[in-house]
Design a protein around this ligand. Sequence first.
Ligand SMILES: Nc1ncnc2c1ncn2[C@@H]1O[C@H](COP(=O)(O)OP(=O)(O)OP(=O)(O)O)[C@@H](O)[C@H]1O
Length: 241
Amino acid sequence: MLTVEGLQVTRGRTRVLTDLTLEVGAGEIAALIGSNGAGKTTTLMALSGLLPIAQGTATLRLDGQTFDLTRADPAKLVRAGLVHCPEGRQIFTRLTIEENLRLGAFLNRDEARVRALMDEIYALFPVLRERRHEAAGGLSGGEQMMLAIGRALMGEPRLLLLDEPSLGLAPQVTERIFDTLRDLNAERGVTLLLVEQNAMMALDIAHRGFVIREGRVELAGSGRDLLEDPHVMGAYLGLSA
Ligand SMILES: Nc1ncnc2c1ncn2[C@@H]1O[C@H](COP(=O)(O)OP(=O)(O)OP(=O)(O)O)[C@@H](O)[C@H]1O
């Protein structure tokens, strides 16, 4: 579904992605892991058109259509099903929960469909329904993450780029979020490309994992293989296996 080869991205004066190559198959959960500053967030931003790609190729294939991510119009990509749930959640704290959700469907003119999507998200995260008319800023960190994921789902993603869903959340809340991600993938067939500091959690649900270091993929393998590789856990992530 997604093929990236030799991707190079510069931020300021730094070439952050030096030569990034990866592949994500339809229906998979793929995880990008690696230490701070390795280039994980930059990868997602480049793929969704938020940062220019200096060199390399990035191709998305959906339903027989091919999109060149190095030059595609971001709105067209969203319409095709590439949705980015950014780092730090980026919800609108003064808007209500429902207003935030609606923003995720800004390209959708079919009100009945928008309502149906919202109902699906409320079924997934009932707390959002209960508080739908409240300002989103009053939600806890975990609830805000649910809202950020919900808003992304309003765009009916086929490929969801998800940046650090566990950021700042308590372990039980992170677990709940990861269970939901696993269900979204297994039951609704949403392909996920996940960036995570919490490598253990991410690799545990991922079909494929990529260890990023200095803007390139240093190691790739199945989630299970990487999880069981003491070299990965020790040398790259500063964790003991
Ligand atoms: N706005 C920016 N301008 C210039 N350089 C930046 C900018 N944002 C990030 N960088 C640099 O890009 C590099 C990679 O950052 P990136 O956010 O992609 O890393 P990451 O792997 O996602 O790590 P983190 O988990 O800390 O976000 C870092 O060296 C960082 O200093």
